[in-house]
Design a protein around this ligand. Structure first.
Ligand code: UDP
Length: 376
């Protein structure tokens, strides 16, 4: 199967990390076309997946853009669509991994007469996307895609509610190589030592820094936990959320938590860091489409608390494999942190369950088989 994957991002967010796992089995015959240069390209190369930067001009449409702004970007898109159309003729089909990739991929699939698959990693709800963007995504997917792979039931339901055709959708969760999350004790010790975390109860937050990812909720919760509870915030502002980063630092200073909150920036040693945590907190204030970090924490054997919305609810069964709290409720989160701090045995039992069930449910080879059967 010769697949032309398309992704708009040069930066490795969740959708991009998922694409690496999907493209790997096809690396001898596929191409990943990107609409921006950056660290994601390097990661693809490290995984021996062929990659080409198709444009270096940023496409000026954002998640909240209006129709006029969308139309304004058409001039930029035409050369890109024509380039993708030419390339697509050498491939069996186009696999669009993001919304802008869907726009370009849909038109190129029509012009090159190649089928289109759309991997939906988003919840197409008003919380996340403007009406125009939702309408464009649904119209193009309905008209041009033969298959829409939704990364959770939550994403699938939102797509259908936004007018998407139910009969072309299939839910496929992200896959993970559980071996990659088995970290030797010596590496964990080294991390705790390097980060000066010895003697601390460490709550980890792993996500790009963005308001809806809710790092501020964790900081607020931390103020209501014992002195030796420390938070590590792992991730960077990938899409220009510099004001939010500034506000987080101000919040930490106002609450006098400078010694208890560590900003680590973007890291690629996620399994090591997660294993070094006593608890992983997922604090998204809006429904999460899937929530890779939740599964990753489970695979590391680290207890996880997530917010009760979207895909997270399909991953966490409360008091069986983790904890769920109401989004934007720091007090509830503080209670979970305090109870894990005081009763670690209970948390460890849940984490053990979670590790076993997650390694079966999200096994990358099983997930890749599901995708293979849908594509063939
Ligand atoms: N991640 C990473 N380095 C960081 C922060 C996050 O590699 O510094 C990874 C994280 O392990 C996860 C992904 O980025 O695999 C984020 O995916 P998720 O589904 O949680 O959120 P998204 O970015 O798709 O909204």
């Amino acid at each position: 199967m010769k697949i032309l994957f398309l992704d708009q991002s040069g930066k490795p967010g969740g959708a991009e990390l998922c694409l690496i796992d999907i493209a790997k089995p096809y690396r001898d015959s596929c191409l990943v076309g990107l609409f921006a240069d950056g660290a994601f390209k390097n990661l693809l190369e490290q995984n021996q997946i062929p990659v080409q930067i198709l444009t270096t001009q940023a496409i000026q449409v954002r998640k909240e853009s209006s129709l006029a702004q969308g139309l304004g970007s058409l001039g930029q898109l035409i050369p890109l669509i024509s380039k993708v159309t030419k390339i697509a003729r050498d491939y069996d089909f186009i696999y669009a991994n993001t919304q802008k990739a869907l726009v370009v991929g849909a038109l190129a699939s029509f012009l090159a007469r190649r089928p289109l698959v759309y991997h939906l990693h988003d919840i197409l709800s008003p919380e996340h996307f403007s009406k125009t963007n939702r309408r464009i995504a649904v119209t193009l997917a309905n008209r041009f895609a033969s298959l829409v792979i939704a990364n959770s039931q939550a994403s699938q339901v939102a797509f259908i509610e936004a007018g998407g055709k139910a009969e072309i959708t299939e839910v496929v969760y992200n896959g993970f190589d559980s071996q990659a999350y088995q970290v030797p004790e010596s590496e964990v010790e080294k991390i705790r030592e390097n980060l000066e975390l010895d003697g601390q109860f460490v709550v980890g937050h792993f996500s790009r820094l963005a308001p809806w990812k809710g790092q501020h909720i964790l900081i607020e919760a931390l103020a209501n936990t014992p002195e030796n509870v420390t938070a590590i915030l792992v991730g960077d502002a990938l899409f220009g959320e510099q004001n939010y980063v500034k506000s987080l630092h101000e919040q930490v200073a106002n609450l006098k938590l400078e010694k208890r909150v560590k900003f680590l920036g973007f890291r690629s040693d996620i399994p090591q860091l997660m294993t070094a945590c006593n608890l992983v907190a997922h604090t998204s204030t809006a429904a999460e489409p899937f929530g890779r970090v939740i599964v990753e924490a489970m695979l590391c054997g680290t207890p996880v608390v997530a917010t009760k919305a979207g895909g997270a609810m399909e991953l966490v069964e409360p008091d069986v494999n983790g904890f769920l709290v109401t989004p934007s409720e720091p007090q509830e989160l503080a209670e979970v942190i305090n109870s894990c701090f005081l009763q670690p045995e209970n948390c460890h039992a849940l984490a053990k369950n979670a590790r076993v069930s997650a390694s079966q449910r999200f096994d990358v080879s099983v997930i890749n088989q599901q995708i293979y059967h849908l594509l063939k």
